[in-house]
Every structure is written in C-alpha cells, then in structure tokens.
Design a protein around this ligand. Structure first.
Ligand code: AMP
Ligand code: GLY
Length: 425
C-alpha cells in the first residue's frame, strides 16, 4: 500500500519511521516533510493546509492510506473531502474534530455525559465574562473556544490577569474568530498526563500515556513552547488510575460521540489532570501529540498500518494493540532564542555519532546544497529542531541514554532542557 503522511514536525517523522517498518508499506510520501522524513520517504512540496493539493497527490500516487498529523487540516475538513473522493484517510471528520476545535463543544459533551472535567462556563459577551470573574475567587482559567496553536489558555492567578485575557481574546481579537467565545473554568491542581487511544467509534484500544514539558527552561520556568521533551510511561500512573481513565473518560467520550451521531475515528488524545478526586479532562485533541508521539510509537508492538486501516474500515475490534514495557525519553533541541526570535540555516553535526538504539526525530530541518561537493547538509529551519530519544528497560536508563547522545549533536545556538524525566524534581 502507498501511504501519505501529512505534516512536517517531529511527530510526522516518528509516524513515517513507524509506518516504514510495516511490511504493508510500499511507497511512503510525506507532505511537506523535513530533512528527516526525506531519509525514509519522498517529500512532496504541498502544505498541510492545502486539502485540494493533498487530495490530488493522493490520487496521483495511488495512496491507500493518508495519515493526518496536525489538527488544522482535520478541523478544516480534510477527512470529509477525502471521503467524498473515495480516498482512505485516518483521522476524525470535521464535525468530530470539534472535540479539539471547540472547547465549548467538548465541555457541553462532557457535562451531558457526566465525564469528569474542570467545571466551566461559556461566554460570548466580554461584559458577562467580567461580571463572572468578579463573582469567583481566583485562580481561574480563561480559554478561547477555537484553535489557537496552543496559546489560547491563560491560567490567571489574579482577577486582573483574567480580565486581560478576556479583553485580549474578545475585544482585541488576538486569536481572531477563535476568541469570539471563551470558557472560564476552575483551576485544577495535580499532575498532568497525555493519554492516547485509537478508536473506530466503537472499539477503544488499550491506552498509552506520556508526559510533556511545555516551558523552555529547567524547572518549568520561562515561556511556553511547542514542547521541550517528553517521556513514557509516566511513573505516577498506577493500574487503578489507568483503569479509571479508560472507564470514566476515554471510552465514555468515544461512545458519547457515536450516540450524538458524530462517530469519532482516529487517535484521541486526552490532556488530563490527575487531581485528588481522580482524573479530570483539561482538553481533548484529535491527533497525536508532539513530542509525545516520539516516545510512544517506539513502544508500539503492533503494526501501525494494520491499526490505521482497521480504524478507517471500522473493524478495530479485530486488532490486538500492544504497547511494550520499554521506557522512552525525548529531549528536544531548539534554536538559540526559541520560543522568541531565532536565526536558522546552521549546519547540524554529530547525527552519525549516536549510539545505535537511539532515535532522532527531526522537526525544523532542511537539506542545504553545499557550495561544492558531496551531497546535502542538514541545516536548522525552525524553532524546535529535533528530538533525541533514549530507550531503556526503565526511565532512568532511557534518560541516561538520551542525555549521553543529545550532547553529541551540535548546531550554533542549540539548547535543550537538562531535567526531562528527572523524576525526583
Ligand atoms: P490546554 O491547551 O487546555 O491543554 O491548556 C494548556 C495548559 O494550561 C495545560 O497543559 C495546563 O497546564 C493548563 N490548564 C488548562 N486548563 C487548566 C485547568 N482547568 N486548571 C489548571 N491548569 C489548566
Ligand atoms: N504536546 C502537546 C500537543 O501536542 O498538543
């Protein structure tokens, strides 16, 4: 089968790496891809937002399965369009993608079906939102309803911060139409975990979990980023908590979507807080996480093509999805200055010198033609450049391996956190 992966980050490099291992995969394409995916697949110069361009490429290259990495094309209806054209595609429909693209839709669904989440209220008027903030004790969390590239959430410690978030979103329209409506919700405390399951709308596969690190500096200091590292499995989730997450959250939301006539097919990502009262939902995403994918796919023992095709065909019950006990730790290397302004185009060295069980998944990289000579050089082309994934029998071994190897990769200005998966923080 020919397969097309849509996207260009570390998540998509990891997807391409895993799909390449399947004996079912013939030609593999990534659109638009990066220098890492170019080593495993043919990159196509088509933006992930160009749904018609992607559909034309899927026809031309006789693609039997298209796998969509990021949320924007899903929210834009790529799955509906591909289905109209008879092109098999892995991911939720535009309407089902509202679990991520409308926080109000997700919250209403959860409250209707009794799925545990932070209590919240929706507002379409800034005045009413302000009145509400005056009536509750901070901290509160202000969230824009629509997609905001991970920037639409403010955990406000004071009323003033909450008021600023309300006027930024609803009056200054910093997030455009995504901020026309907002949710204000209670602030939960506990440990955060990212939970993933494949589903065809009926069957929900065994869960796999990971933790990610959003702040740029050690000790969770500094501004938010796209993610500076991750590890799997989380050491603080016991079997009882995992069972509750499955029975109280992941299975009920899938069955709720089906009951509402909007069956959800693809991979469902629950962003949860493990509170003193048990697991509660912070948000749903309708895709794999980045950089969580880089630490969960190495643990997948089942053929990924078999799983994805079964999801698309609605026969996931036939597939035995297994995750290994192995531990994985990903350390992300970023450009100097990131998440602020940064320069790019710097050569990356040391990639050939890594231990052989270590994985490197590239994100912001491209191939530069050297002025003379032998082949292409890999250069930086973005904020987050690559992740180095260490593997081991436990997290300590995986972590030691990731850090032994990330030190060998070099590019000008490159930086990374030193405390990923440091469990005694
Ligand atoms: P989200 O995009 O909804 O995952 O929110 C981004 C981050 O904001 C989460 O990873 C949490 O750290 C934080 N957050 C979101 N909702 C809440 C909440 N109700 N209570 C505390 N923290 C939250
Ligand atoms: N790791 C966070 C995300 O993918 O949304």
């Amino acid at each position: 089968m020919n397969i097309l992966v849509v996207g260009n980050g570390g998540r998509e490099h990891a997807l391409a790496w895993k799909l390449r291992q399947s004996p079912k995969t013939d030609e593999l394409y990534v659109a638009p891809g990066n220098a890492g995916t170019a080593t495993l697949a043919r990159n196509l110069k088509i933006a992930s937002s160009d749904i018609e361009g992607l559909a034309a490429a899927a026809k031309e290259h006789r693609i039997g399965l298209t796998v969509v990495g990021p949320e924007a094309p899903l929210a834009g209806g790529i799955v509906d369009r591909f289905n109209e054209l008879g092109l098999p595609v892995f991911g939720p429909s535009r309407h089902a993608a509202r679990l991520e693209s409308s926080k109000i839709f997700a919250k209403e669904l959860m409250s209707k079906y009794g799925i545990p989440c932070a209590r919240g209220r929706a507002f379409s008027s800034a005045g009413e939102a302000r009145e509400y903030v005056n009536s509750v004790e901070p901290p509160v969390v202000v969230k824009v309803d629509g997609l905001a590239a991970g920037k639409g959430v403010t955990v406000a410690q004071t009323r003033e911060e909450a008021m600023n978030a309300i006027s930024d979103a609803m009056e200054a329209r910093v997030f455009g139409p995504a901020g026309e409506k907002i949710i204000i919700e209670e602030c939960l405390s506990g440990r955060e975990v990212s939970v993933f399951a494949f589903t065809d709308g009926e069957t929900v596969t065994p869960l796999v979990m990971a933790c990610d690190y959003k702040r740029v500096n050690d000790g969770d200091m500094g501004p938010n980023t796209g993610g500076m590292g991750s590890y799997s499995p989380p050491e603080f989730i016991d079997a009882g908590t995992a069972q509750r997450i499955c029975e109280e959250i992941m299975a009920p939301v899938v069955h709720a979507m089906t009951a509402e006539g909007v069956p959800y097919r693809g991979v469902l990502y629950g962003g949860l807080m493990i509170t003193a009262q048990g697991p509660k939902v912070l948000e749903f995403n309708v895709r794999l996480g980045d950089p969580e994918t880089q630490v969960i796919l190495p643990r997948l023992e089942t053929d990924l093509v078999d799983i994805m095709v079964a999801v698309v065909q609605g026969r996931l019950a036939e597939i035995d999805v297994r995750w290994s006990e192995e531990a994985c730790v990903a350390v992300v290397m970023a450009s100097g200055g990131y998440p602020g302004p940064y320069s790019q185009g710097f050569p990356i060295t040391g990639l050939e010198s890594l231990e052989k069980d270590v994985l490197v998944f590239q994100a912001g990289t491209s191939l530069a033609e050297p002025p003379e000579g032998n082949g292409h050089a890999i250069v930086t082309a973005g904020g987050r450049i690559l992740s180095v994934v260490g593997r081991g029998a436990d997290l300590a071994q995986a972590r030691a391996s990731a850090y032994r190897n990330v030190d060998r990769v070099r590019f000008k200005g490159g930086h990374y956190r030193r405390d990923i998966a440091k469990l005694d923080l």
